[in-house]
Design a protein around this ligand. Structure first.
Ligand code: PMM
Length: 295
């Protein structure tokens, strides 16, 4: 999987939540066969990785116990790995990550960036696998209260840099690390747009960057009806694709998305156009009209 981190961008990570309550696809793939079939479909559509998660991270969500989380994800990972589908495990728990790697997961996607479980760095170091360090300030139940920043981009950059330093100090190799701004995690809509507009400041950390805007609620608010009703999650596909292409054009290494086919199609267009890169300055200010929080 070194190859994956070093792979020529863009990497597409397809989302497979094996949960009853994730905000977008919760409940759809709770059954093993349905989950595996969907993971294989995402791979066939062009996902380089299928990201299997067993705990919802939607704002306000309660935690599940580790045994339940493991029992949701491990059978799916085993079957996907056996089918030749590269898998990442979306967890903040070291024992779940460790078991997932044994079951065949090739990447650990840790939305807490190593903060939630002090043993995660050891697991990743011993596995030698890539580790996605997402910007995070606390578990879902209380994260809305943690969305205070002086300057969101400067603060997220500094906090990610600390996560990277901690990972390196724990012996994880630098070429295993991927950073992620954590859109929607202790962020308002305005924060998400600001981070999206200023990705080069995060890329300046010199690590591959994963961008996960897919179907998040700030897109629903952007596309709200005049009376303020947010667009439903399935109706956010085109906006998600736009965010993904813009992130890749700004230099993101990969995107984490539910709609893999639409994303790979759009990125094929971007590639065929000669992979144009966004200028790093001169953007208009990010929109400030709608600032509702949540993922
Ligand atoms: N978002 C969610 C879950 N896991 N992992 C990374 N690295 N980045 C993200 O932005 C991210 C994530 C929440 O979205 P979901 O409920 O659709 O999975």
């Amino acid at each position: 999987m070194t190859d994956l981190v070093r792979a020529q961008a863009p990497v597409v990570m397809g989302v497979l939540n094996v949960t009853p309550d994730s905000f977008s696809d919760g409940g759809r793939y709770a059954d093993l066969d349905a989950a595996v079939a969907h993971g294989v479909r995402l791979h066939d559509e062009g996902a380089h990785l299928v990201d299997v998660g067993g705990e919802s991270t939607r704002p306000g969500a309660d935690r599940v116990d580790p045994r339940t989380e493991a029992s949701r994800v491990l059978p799916v990972i085993r079957e996907l790995a056996a089918a030749g589908v590269p898998v990442s495990i979306d967890t903040t728990r070291a024992p779940v990550a460790e078991a997932a790697v044994v079951a065949g997961a090739a990447v650990v996607n840790d939305v807490s960036g190593g903060l939630a479980d002090p043993d995660m760095a050891r697991v990743v170091r011993d596995a030698g696998c890539p580790w996605v360090l997402m910007h995070w300030r606390g578990h879902s139940r209380g994260m809305r209260e943690l969305a205070g920043y002086t300057d969101v981009v400067t603060d997220v950059r500094a906090e990610l840099a600390r996560r990277v330093d901690d990972a390196l100090a724990a012996g994880v190799a630098a070429d295993r690390l991927v950073i992620d701004p954590g859109l929607g995690f202790a962020k308002t809509a305005a924060h998400n747009w600001e981070l999206s507009a200023r990705l080069p400041e995060l890329l300046d950390l010199g690590l591959p960057l994963l961008f996960g805007a897919s179907r998040k609620s700030y897109l629903g608010h952007l596309l709200a009806t005049p009376d303020g009703t947010p667009r439903d999650t399935d109706g956010r596909a085109a906006a998600t694709i736009a965010t993904s292409v813009l992130a890749v054009a700004a230099g993101a290494w990969g995107v984490r998305v539910h709609d893999v086919r639409g994303t790979t199609d759009a990125l094929a267009v971007w590639s065929a156009t000669g992979r144009p890169r966004l200028a790093t300055s001169g953007n208009d200010p990010a929109p400030t009209g709608r600032t509702e929080g949540g993922t």
